[in-house]
Design a protein around this ligand. Structure first.
Ligand SMILES: C[S@@+](CC[C@H](N)C(=O)[O-])C[C@H]1O[C@@H](n2cnc3c(N)ncnc32)[C@H](O)[C@@H]1O
Length: 442
């Protein structure tokens, strides 16, 4: 577990990828994200609302996916790379019209994958992540999360039912979102009692015998008729909600907390998530914070918070909402806590006092069978890389000829691309010349 390198109450207004990359590993307790859903449209705030001017594009094309992301995934996350490629191939099968949009899903998932990898890194071992999505990409995202966080760390697929949206005549009305809850490890924190409902007793309780135990705590015993097994529920603990939430409605036109920000989520939804998966003073991060609903809910519940959004509206709205909804609901107080605004990503302080730059190894590997041919690659874990070559070789003769730990690895890769043919494949040349090229470059 590392110290956080971001001040409490910070809003970053820029692409979240660079911000996430600059946050210390294992320093965040809870992440909620409500990213674009890949709806293939633009969401805009209505003119005249306090969020006027905020909008975001919800589609992803080839030009939104950087080669370096794919390269990083290919090098370090083999299973993920295969999955994304399968999606790419599948897109052309699923979309039989083969129109130019058929790579949307692939591009969206690449964009999400590279960010979710960082989110996993910055989460503490006790931490949880709630990914808000809907049926547009929910099933793909579940697989993506299974790969990145591990299937065993999947805890819930929460259905959030609401009343807004249309009612078509040809379908059952689409009235729910999905919230995927994953944890980083089995040490995760969960406090179901903090969000428990009062237990129904009397006629509404659907059976159950009431009583008081020897310590004076009221309880209700429910007996399974067939096995006669008794389940005891304490009334002061409440009932942990099921995984379908229909008691928190979406924001309606007249709701006080509504800012007009497109896709704004209700505070009650975030309050439930924060209460269940964090302690007071824990650090809550929202990587797509919009009008900062998570930050407001975290502040109300005495948690520390970090919000990130490309739109500068997030900063304006968090200040307005903190003043109106947290400090000053009765027009009595001024909100006077410092809110940090930053357009620069943070710098990591957990790399031996080093700075924010990510370092990886540039390596050259060879095999005695292929004389004069070398593979120049990049890896975070060079031993794991060598092992993966060895496993594909019955003679186990691959050798690392050269390695250099550097943050300039992308630039070196570019140089190799430009100078040698075959790009990522084996390149032909003199080993010392290739080493000199790399050394000269750094
Ligand atoms: C669905 S909205 C979030 C709404 C939020 N939950 C709320 O209650 O207001 C998605 C947000 O993600 C932001 N966004 C999209 N891509 C982003 C990126 N790469 N980095 C940071 N924010 C991004 C958009 O500006 C938008 O505000």
């Amino acid at each position: 577990m590392h110290q956080s390198n971001v001040k409490n109450r910070t809003i970053f207004c820029r692409d979240n990828l660079q911000v996430l990359q600059g946050i210390n590993s294992s320093s965040i307790d809870l992440i909620y994200l409500d990213p674009p859903f890949n709806k293939k449209k633009i969401f805009s705030a209505p003119i005249g609302s306090s969020a006027e001017g905020a909008d975001f594009r919800d589609w992803f094309r080839k030009e939104d996916v950087k080669d370096e992301w794919i390269q990083e995934i290919k090098e370090d996350y083999d299973g993920l790379y295969k999955f994304l490629n399968n999606v790419k191939e599948l897109s052309s099968i699923v979309n039989t019209t083969r129109n130019k949009h058929y790579l949307y899903n692939y591009c969206y998932l690449c964009y999400m994958a590279i960010r979710l990898i960082e989110m996993r890194r910055i989460l503490k071992d006790t931490g949880s992540i709630y990914l808000h999505c809907d049926n547009t990409m929910g099933h793909y995202l579940k697989i993506l999360m299974d790969i990145i966080f591990g299937e065993k760390n999947f805890r819930n697929s929460i259905v959030w039912g609401y009343s807004h949206g249309g009612k078509g005549k040809r379908d059952f009305a689409r009235k729910h979102d999905i919230i995927l809850r994953f944890v980083k490890s089995n040490q995760f924190f969960f406090n179901g009692n903090a969000v428990g409902f009062e237990r129904q007793t009397g006629k509404k309780s659907k059976g159950g015998r009431l009583g008081i135990d020897e310590l004076g705590r009221p309880y209700q015993d429910k007996i399974v008729k067939k096995t006669k097994k008794v389940y005891r529920y304490y009334l002061d603990e409440g009932k942990i909600p099921e995984d379908y939430w229909t008691d928190i409605n979406s924001l309606q036109a007249g709701d006080k907390e509504r800012t007009g920000y497109p896709t704004q989520k209700p505070l009650a939804l975030l309050e439930r998530i924060i209460k269940a998966s964090s302690h007071e003073e824990d650090i809550v991060l929202d990587a797509f914070c919009g009008c900062a609903t998570t930050c407001i809910a975290a502040e109300k519940l005495k948690r520390q918070w970090i919000g990130i959004d490309v739109s500068v509206k997030a900063y304006e709205l968090v200040k307005k909402r903190l003043k109106e909804e947290v400090a000053n609901p009765n027009n009595l107080l001024q909100y006077n806590k410092e809110i940090v605004f930053s357009t620069d990503p943070p710098r990591r302080t957990d790399q031996n006092g080093d700075d924010a730059l990510i370092k990886k190894y540039v390596y050259i590997i060879s095999h005695p069978k292929y004389k004069g041919e070398y593979k120049v690659g990049i890896a975070s874990d060079i031993q794991a890389r060598l092992t993966s070559y060895q496993t594909s070789d019955p003679d186990r003769k691959y050798q690392i000829k050269y390695k250099k730990h550097t943050h300039l690895f992308r630039k070196i890769e570019k140089l190799i691309h430009e100078k040698y043919e075959n790009k990522h494949e084996w390149i032909k040349g003199n080993l010392q010349d290739i080493i000199n090229d790399i050394e000269n470059y750094t």
